[in-house]
Design a protein around this ligand. Structure first.
Ligand code: HOZ
Length: 438
């Protein structure tokens, strides 16, 4: 496909444009989650009709190679036949009971087996609920109110966590949301990521007020930013010294950067962990868990209340269990590593050939090409200095070439087991064209 640089094609197709206009009449901004609106890349969303493997099909019938992967869950590929069959089988027996089932135990057992730091685990319906639950129990356990988060990390849309947040807030340049009372925002302090000295100084001054430090161990929500060597271990020590709990948000990284998540990759043992995305196999789910003494504060064992009608939903548990079963098969993470490494190297090479200043950062099957001339992006300050406009032009060109990349400089891309050699090769070829079009 050849790009006409003088007259770039509109980003979305006529069918999607019509659907978007219709959606915008009844849904705020035409979307049910802000980043999907494509505003950050100067376009309008492609509406999706269906997906299979690594391929998304737009409402007009055009195919795209997908690197959003529903923002992380689709690690075995879209509509994996075994996952779909399991959902269908379980649906025959009813879709929700609001009462306990054996499948919830099985999912909790798989999680506990893979994450030894999670001695007790509570299932929820989303990652946002998981982080809310984890921080409520951290506050209930410690009797302290203050939470420390790291700038550019995103932990869902609980009021007090919308402070210097990544993901859609970073994307739209509104890291602090309207509608959050100052008193509530004041219960969360945001410090720079990858700067353990800043945390140490804060804890020296106010450590006895801090219930928890929460972070993405590998950040996916300001683009992909790995932890500096020793950073997570240092946070562990600082928490131990101050009595604050270390809460690791592995909603994105759990079962993704390794089966045991970032905590197994970097050898850090948190007090509490939040999960989501992959453990639901593409259906709505979340989970939080950790030390038995801490989780024993959760109702009905203890006084910290948290509940949900669809928590532990049978279909979500079935899809999650089947996805985890596929991931446990030999060679899966090696395959993810191989294709992701090839993609990252191919993007970097394509950028160099086009003389574009880009640094590609990757951990496992999560990656981001940052449009920056800095040698690396280590924190929100570095991410914020990237050339968003250049990223937007690159994104539009990739889309024209048939590649569906996350529509924000501040969202990680996800590679799945369904991305075979052909898909990766075609993506690199598209990137060569796209970097020249920036
Ligand atoms: N905040 C999500 C990614 N980090 C986006 C969710 C969505 O738009 O579906």
């Amino acid at each position: 496909m050849i790009i006409d640089l003088l007259q770039p094609a509109p980003m979305s197709d006529p069918v999607s444009r019509e659907l978007f206009a219709r959606a915008s009449r009844v849904i705020p901004g035409g979307v049910n989650s802000p980043v999907r609106a494509f505003r950050a890349v100067g376009g309008e969303p492609v509406f999706i009709a269906r997906a299979r493997g690594a391929t998304l099909t737009g409402a007009d019938g055009r195919d795209y190679i997908d690197y959003v992967g529903s923002w992380g869950p689709m690690i075995v590929g879209h509509a994996h036949p075994e996952v779909v069959a399991e959902i269908q089988r379980v649906a025959e027996a009813g879709t929700s009971y609001g009462a306990p089932t054996e499948r919830e135990i099985e999912l909790a057992e798989q999680i506990v087996a893979a994450y030894p730091s999670m001695e007790l685990v509570r299932l929820t319906s989303s990652g946002t609920e998981a982080t809310m639950g984890a921080l409520r129990v951290a506050r209930g356990f410690t009797g302290r109110d203050l939470v420390v988060k790291l700038e550019g990390c995103y932990h869902g849309h609980a009021d007090y966590l919308l402070v210097k947040a990544g993901s859609g807030l970073a994307t739209f340049g509104t890291p602090d949301s309207a509608g959050v009372p100052a008193a509530i925002a004041g219960t969360c302090a945001a410090l720079p990521y990858n700067d353990a000295d800043a945390v140490a100084a804060f804890l020296d001054a106010r450590g006895d007020e801090v219930a928890a430090i929460i972070l993405e161990p590998v950040v996916g929500n300001m683009g992909l930013v790995p932890p500096a060597p020793g950073y997570l271990a240092r946070l562990r020590e600082l928490c131990d010294r101050s009595g604050a709990l270390l809460v690791i948000d592995e909603v994105m990284t759990g079962f993704r950067v390794a089966y045991g998540g970032a905590q197994s990759l970097y050898g850090v043992r948190p007090d509490l962990t939040c999960l989501g995305k992959i453990i639901g196999g593409g259906l709505p789910v979340g989970a939080y868990g950790g030390r038995r003494d801490v989780m024993s504060k959760v109702a009905p064992l203890g006084p910290v209340y948290q509940a949900g009608t669809l928590s532990g939903n049978p279909l979500a548990c079935a899809a999650g269990l089947k996805t985890l079963e596929i991931l446990r098969r030999p060679g899966t993470y090696e395959k993810l590593e191989q294709s992701s490494a090839r993609l990252a190297a191919g993007l970097a090479q394509a950028a160099r050939e086009a003389d574009r200043s880009v640094v590609v950062q990757r951990v496992g099957s999560m990656l981001t090409p940052f449009f920056t001339d800095a040698p690396a992006v280590r924190n929100w300050g570095g991410a914020d200095r990237c050339d968003r406009a250049a990223f937007g032009r690159w994104h539009a060109a990739m889309l024209r070439e048939g590649i569906y990349w996350p529509p924000s400089q501040f969202e990680a891309a996800f590679v799945s087991l369904a991305h075979d050699d052909d898909a990766i090769g075609s993506t690199i070829a598209a990137a060569r064209v796209a970097f020249r079009a920036v």
